[in-house]
Design a protein around this ligand. Structure first.
Ligand code: HEC
Length: 419
């Protein structure tokens, strides 16, 4: 027996008790109406609401009134009531509508300085920090001072919900690959099928061969920032709902969580569009990039997520992101040295000596273990970054401390310069 029918029998059996059994009594709503409501949701709502079954509206607890108020923009009022009645039958975990999804530890610290104090006990980069200890700090467990997006915000774009459905040019690309992969995921919602759907969408949003791809972020003649932002938010909601349905808070493999980083990149790049940049471009840049980054700190240059925090004046967050990335880098990564330079750029003056000392020591540990950029050209580039890191640091530290950094830099430069 399906759930809608079972529930209506419960409703009938409490009729005599005037509906005081806890369930709202919905006069005139029949099981058939609820079935119609489910159909109407799929047809008229799921283009934007990626859940396709209304899970999102139930799990964030939107009231019948709100559902009907929003639904009548898309369907007639009797369908709207049917949709509300159908959604009321879904059993999902309950979250407040104000929930900031995946906000580390569910809450905020008040400021950049409080972030450091909570993380390290002091407003400074700890002088005794080790690579292993930093690697053991899970960014998913560290409270930050920036609020991640809520599911739905009717007044701003600081939310997950895309304003527009997926365009046909995304769904139809490559013989309808994304359309088929989404249908496959909806039919059998496994991790693997999610990865397939997300990969198809990520390809379609940026493939140069797709004439309708909005996310060619480096091609000013073809990029469409707003559409890119929305396509990526749509894909993001698909991933988020999968995590929520399954009570997951860790990466599922592939680069599924990386679509969240991509949303932030669309916002960041949109600042180049003077005619219509995405609203709250920096806020969206930082929150989405941080979210993606926090699930895998080894990906992407720290100039992006760290640079975003610096734009907001959160230089301690920026330094943490940069050094936490550095220790997570793959073996032989050249980004290790970009992180070193960024630490020198981002760290507040009173953090600079310790933060850059740490980054140099970590670089030396890698070199001692034979972990270094693969070619002579890449190593020369790394040496240039070490020298730039010293130059940047010297702008911020007392002259008497310079020799400390020079002493730590010497073995790094030697290690990079050897054949
Ligand atoms: C064209 C895209 C689109 C379609 C189609 C759509 N929605 Fe939405 N919906 C949104 C967006 C975007 C939001 C987030 C709030 C905002 O930006 O206004 C949202 C938010 C909501 C909310 C939460 C409002 C709040 O109080 O924050 C409800 C409830 C809702 N939609 C119901 C529906 C129902 C039911 C349907 C189908 C009948 C539907 N929507 C169809 C785009 C859509």
């Amino acid at each position: 027996m399906n759930r809608a029918i079972r529930r209506s029998i419960v409703l009938l059996s409490v009729l005599g008790a005037c509906g005081d059994a806890g369930e709202p009594f919905e006069p005139g709503i029949t099981p058939a109406d609820r079935a119609m409501g489910q159909l109407a949701f799929t047809e008229s709502c799921s283009g934007c609401h990626a859940s396709s079954d209304g899970f999102d509206l139930r799990t964030f607890g939107f009231s019948d009134t709100t559902i009907i108020r929003r639904a009548v923009h898309h369907v007639d009022s009797s369908s709207a009531r049917n949709i509300a009645a159908y959604i009321a039958t879904l059993s999902t975990p309950h979250n407040p509508a104000s929930m900031k999804l995946f906000q580390p530890k569910g809450g905020l610290v008040p400021s950049d300085m409080d972030f450091a104090r909570e993380l390290f006990g002091v407003d400074g980069w700890p002088g005794d920090m080790t690579s292993a200890r930093l690697l053991g700090m899970n960014p998913r467990d560290v409270r930050i001072a920036v609020a991640l997006p809520v599911w739905s915000d009717e007044k701003s774009n600081l939310d997950w919900m895309p304003d527009t459905p997926l365009p046909p040019g995304i769904l139809d690309y490559a013989g309808g690959h994304a359309r088929a992969a989404i249908a496959g995921y909806r039919a059998v919602p496994t991790d693997d099928n999610l990865v397939r759907a997300v990969n198809a969408l990520r390809t379609a949003d940026r493939a140069a061969a797709n004439p309708d791809a909005p996310c060619l972020l480096d091609d000013s003649t073809r990029v469409r920032y707003r559409q890119c932002f929305d396509v990526r938010r749509w894909t993001s909601t698909l991933v988020a709902l999968h995590f929520m349905r399954n009570g997951m808070n860790t990466a599922v493999g592939g680069r599924v969580h990386d679509i969240w980083w991509d949303v932030g990149n669309a916002a960041r790049k949109s600042r180049a569009d003077r005619s219509a940049p995405i609203d709250n471009a920096v806020g969206n840049w930082v929150t989405w990039m941080f979210l993606g980054w926090s699930f895998d700190p080894s990906l992407h240059s720290s100039s992006y997520t760290g640079g975003g925090f610096r734009q907001l004046g959160h230089v301690r967050h920026a330094t943490f992101v940069t050094l936490r990335s550095q220790v997570a880098r793959a073996r032989n990564s050249t980004m290790v040295y970009e992180d070193l330079l960024n630490a020198a750029k981002f760290a507040p003056p009173h953090w600079t000596l310790n933060a850059v000392s740490f980054a140099l020591s970590h670089s030396a540990e890698r070199l001692a273990a034979g972990d270094r950029p693969a070619t002579a050209a890449l190593r020369a580039e790394a040496v240039a970054r070490v020298n730039s890191a010293l130059t940047e640091s010297f702008k911020k530290i007392p002259g008497s401390d310079r020799s400390k950094l020079e002493a730590l830099a010497a073995p790094v430069i030697t290690g990079l310069s050897a054949d």
